[in-house]
Design a protein around this ligand. Structure first.
Ligand SMILES: C[S@@+](CC[C@H](N)C(=O)[O-])C[C@H]1O[C@@H](n2cnc3c(N)ncnc32)[C@H](O)[C@@H]1O
Length: 127
């Protein structure tokens, strides 16, 4: 559930498609529709754990404002473990004040705070 303020920047089309408007005591808030919620799983993951237990590959990884807790060698090791978890063409989103360019060669900056796999960049003739 989110406050209407939190979703104010979504388009009316997206709001209508994915959210239910609260009424009565829930007025002023919205709830994700069950069909969208069913497609999402929430699980804790300790980035420092030796095995993340992930067997699937992802289109996108959001890892924003988390690396600040780790020293640079640890950041590098985590980022190198992200690389094989991304599908070709997959993207890694960092926080606005984070820069992974000096931490690993596995990723290359694609746009502001967005990284792509370095091999993807090479294939696209940009590396
Ligand atoms: C500053 S918050 C950022 C939260 C969110 N990603 C954001 O950008 O708003 C830092 C997050 O890092 C998580 N974190 C710290 N150590 C972690 C670890 N070893 N593995 C996974 N997450 C960790 C904390 O639980 C916390 O949610």
């Amino acid at each position: 559930m989110y406050s209407e303020e939190q979703v104010a920047r979504l388009s009316q089309e997206r709001l209508k498609r994915f959210f239910l408007k609260g009424t009565g005591q829930r007025a002023g808030s919205v709830k994700v529709k069950p069909e969208l919620a069913a497609a999402i799983t929430f699980e804790p993951l300790n980035l420092l754990a030796p095995d993340w237990g992930l067997r699937e590959r992802f289109d996108v990884i959001f890892c924003r404002n988390v690396m600040i807790y780790f020293d640079k060698p640890t950041q590098g090791r985590i980022l190198e473990r992200f690389a094989p978890l991304l599908k070709p063409g997959g993207l890694l989103f960092a926080g606005h004040s984070e820069n992974f360019s000096y931490v690993t060669r596995a990723f290359q900056l694609r746009g502001q705070t967005v990284y792509e796999l370095a091999s993807d960049a090479a294939r696209a003739g940009r590396a």
